[in-house]
Design a protein around this ligand. Structure first.
Ligand SMILES: Nc1nc2c(c(=O)[nH]1)N[C@H]1C(S)=C(S)[C@@H](COP(=O)(O)O)O[C@H]1N2
Ligand SMILES: [Mo]
Length: 323
């Protein structure tokens, strides 16, 4: 029997039931948004919100056009689950941080670009958003704790930010850091954590097509608990690489020591590529729990994105690529 195996991102939209549902509603709502009508529909409803309604000056930018190149072969996680089951240690070391995270002020928000670049700069988030080509991408998101979801992120390709930064040829790594504000983030008063949250990618990873700077989800600006106003999605890596609420992009020739590496390098390394065959020292990575359906599903190497990213690792020897 011949079985045609399609790549994850080639599957027709009809295979993603709740996603197409979401898109249908979205196009209907786009049509009525201009007429100023109030829409009352289910949890995946998306309509153009305003600054006045949300207090977020980027609200009217969304929804953004979807990049059809990126889709998934499973149901989209319901918005109310993806926005209430979170990891964000700045606000607590448990999953229910969504209310506490509302204390984070996200305007004004300044992003610093420093290190091995033509010219260091500071840019306000709304000026940055105005310069970047915004699009929507549906990505899988796999936490090292073996739960996962599928999310329609809005944002821009990280390589666009790299282009704006104009790194010099000496730059080998892009180091990203989260805000520091003990007054609003109780977790940051816990001195045993190495704040600020720091993550990094090689320049090759940062300029890979898949690396995405997330600024919104479900056709709306990013909720604070998911990492507003700017967060990484590098979906072939475990969730802890996807640093939230970023304020700093530093280009360096030195590999950074990341937050989780400093805490426990033998469990949470720099590369952290998803691999079902390399177990965490304390649990198996062979399967994952879809937090939308509750189902256990097999984990896929590079979280299903091998065709995009596996090449980057073929010559790296003697390093733990999957931890
Ligand atoms: N600044 C910061 N970023 C972070 C974290 C964190 O604690 N602080 N947790 C990470 C982990 S472990 C995961 S799984 C994802 C969770 O993102 P989500 O809540 O949007 O699903 O955020 C990542 N980014
Ligand atoms: Mo995670």
């Amino acid at each position: 029997m011949l079985i045609k195996i399609r790549k994850g991102w080639e599957l027709p939209e009809s295979s993603v039931i709740s996603e197409s549902d979401y898109l249908n509603r979205r196009s209907i709502l786009k049509g009525i948004a201009g007429a100023g009508m109030i829409a009352s529909v289910g949890t995946l409803a998306t309509f153009r919100q305003t600054y006045a309604e949300t207090g977020d000056p980027s609200a009217s930018l969304y929804p953004v056009p979807r990049n059809e190149h990126y889709t998934v072969t499973r149901d989209l996680t319901p918005e109310n689950i993806a926005t209430t089951y979170n990891n964000f240690y700045e606000f607590g070391s448990h999953k229910s941080i969504s209310e506490a995270a509302q204390a984070l002020p996200i305007r004004p928000w300044t992003v610093k670009i420093t290190g091995m670049v033509e010219k260091e700069m500071e840019i306000g988030i709304d000026d940055l958003l105005a310069k970047m080509p915004l699009e929507e991408r549906v990505y899988r998101h796999r936490c090292v704790e073996a739960w996962s979801m599928a999310v329609p992120w809005s944002g821009f390709a990280l390589k666009e930010l790299v282009k704006l930064a104009a790194p010099t040829s000496n730059a080998k790594y892009l180091v990203m850091q989260t805000f520091e504000n003990k007054a609003v983030a109780p977790g940051q008063r816990q001195f045993w954590y190495p704040w600020p949250y720091t993550e990094g990618l090689t320049m090759e990873e940062a300029t890979n097509d898949l690396s995405f700077m997330v600024t919104g989800m479900y056709g709306k600006p990013m909720p604070k608990q998911n990492g507003a106003p700017l967060r990484l999605a590098a979906p072939w890596k475990y969730g802890f690489k996807q640093a939230k609420s970023l304020v700093s992009f530093h280009f360096s020739d030195k590999k950074p020591e990341t937050f989780w590496e400093k805490l426990n390098a033998s469990e949470y390394g720099f590369w952290a590529n998803v691999n079902p065959e390399v177990d965490h020292p304390r649990w198996s990575q062979a399967t994952e729990r879809d937090i939308g359906t509750g189902e256990r599903i097999p984990t896929i190497i590079y979280n299903g994105y091998g065709e995009f990213v596996a090449d980057m690792y073929k010559d790296i020897k003697g390093q733990n690529l999957f931890m």
